[in-house]
Design a binder for this molecule. Structure first.
Ligand code: FES
Length: 174
């Protein structure tokens, strides 16, 4: 085996160990959240919100744990998790980017902002970057039309934004 192959193999093993550790830590945190409510089924949404906040999404194993510990049928939990926009059943990036394409933002250049952000991140709206850093979404109106076009990153609003500023905002997240 060449030294470079050996190094690659070692790097893969380190990465694997890291992933196992991360998964274990996440599992521990999920257990803690569920246990805090001591089997109280009425706290279901609160439990899901906390897991979502901690983990950035709701893995199936987490929903199964919640179902078992709170004694709520899994299909009922899945129904809630798909109904509310606050929950995600797929992994999400560390940074959440929303571009408004409501009418006011659309006419003021929202699509140009979206184009630039898609180009910079290398993904399309509705996707997450492979390094799990960014999730990009479009929204229909954020209720601040006078500021259009609007981009929101991790809850912070950037109004009257132009493509170059949007790029700068993304760079500042890294
Ligand atoms: S249309 Fe963008 S904030 Fe209303």
């Amino acid at each position: 085996m060449f030294p470079s192959e050996l190094r690659e193999q070692e790097e893969d093993q380190v990465k694997e160990k890291k992933e196992v550790k991360t998964a274990a830590a996440a599992n521990g945190k999920i257990d803690k959240i569920i246990d805090k409510y001591q089997g109280d089924a009425s706290a279901l949404i609160q439990v899901l919100l906390e897991i979502q906040r901690e983990n950035r999404w709701l893995p199936k194993e987490a929903l199964e744990k919640v179902s078992k510990k709170l004694e709520v049928p899994l299909n009922q939990i899945q129904h809630i998790a798909t109904f509310y926009k606050a929950f995600s059943l797929v992994p999400r990036g560390r940074h959440e980017v929303q571009i408004c394409l409501g009418t006011a933002c659309h006419v003021r250049g929202g699509p140009r902002i979206l184009d630039r952000v898609e180009e910079v991140l290398g993904i399309q709206a509705g996707q997450t970057t492979t390094d799990m850093e960014f999730t990009l979404e479009t929204v229909n109106c954020l209720g601040c039309c006078a500021l259009g076009p609007v981009m929101v990153v991790d809850g912070k609003y950037h109004g009257k934004i132009v493509p170059t500023e949007a790029e700068e905002v993304l760079k500042s997240c890294k």
